[in-house]
Design a protein around this ligand. Structure first.
Ligand code: HEC
Length: 165
């Protein structure tokens, strides 16, 4: 009997532990394992993006009225740049576009780093874009086939809004 009473607090700790672990898992499960992995890989691919090319119509920190911030800055990897320069409708697979959003024109504070990458057969209904949002530290806010991103970007040529080509 005394063993049962003594173990009660332990039992409570275990129950609380399970409860909190359960909650943490629930939050994470919004992003599938596959999408988390893709988002991690993508973040390492982004290494050094601030030295990537920018479009001549959208260079440096630009004022914006989008959800991304009052000011934004956009970089493209070589594949995306070549795709836009070639004038075709769709950007090639492995195209990556990165965008930083800022609350002001200094660019010192980054709201979020939002990214789109075209991945083979990732989402054939929506031109195979993989969407991701990170904190500037690389922590993942969201990743995958994010409806919010897709529906707002849908009217753009190949889902791209900052430029028409
Ligand atoms: C309510 C509309 C809206 C939503 C939601 C939205 N965006 Fe955008 N996004 C824009 C606009 C407008 C631009 C064009 C640049 C600008 O004016 O800031 C843009 C630009 C971008 C760009 C640069 C390439 C391009 O398409 O112009 C990326 C990358 C991007 N957004 C990623 C995302 C991601 C990832 C999400 C979801 C987490 C997202 N966006 C959600 C409106 C939106």
């Amino acid at each position: 009997m005394s063993i049962i009473i003594k173990s009660k607090p332990i039992l409570i700790f275990i129950i609380i532990g399970i409860f909190f672990t359960g909650c943490a898992d629930e939050n994470e499960s919004d992003i599938s394992d596959e999408d988390s992995e893709l988002a991690l890989e993508l973040w390492s691919e982004l290494d050094g993006y601030i030295n990537w090319q920018q479009h001549s119509d959208f260079t440096g920190i630009v004022q914006s009225s989008s959800v991304h911030g009052d000011y934004v800055q956009i970089w493209l990897n070589e594949t995306a740049m070549l795709g836009i320069d070639s004038g075709g409708y769709s950007l090639p697979l492995s195209s990556i576009i990165v965008k930083e959003g800022y609350p002001d024109s200094t660019g010192n504070n980054v709201n979020n780093v939002t990214v789109m990458k075209k991945i083979t057969e990732y989402d054939s209904e929506n031109n195979d874009w993989f969407w991701a949002s990170y904190k500037s530290s690389g922590e993942i806010n969201d990743a995958g086939k994010i409806n919010n991103c897709i529906s707002c970007h849908n009217p753009g040529k190949d889902y791209i809004l900052f430029v028409d080509w």
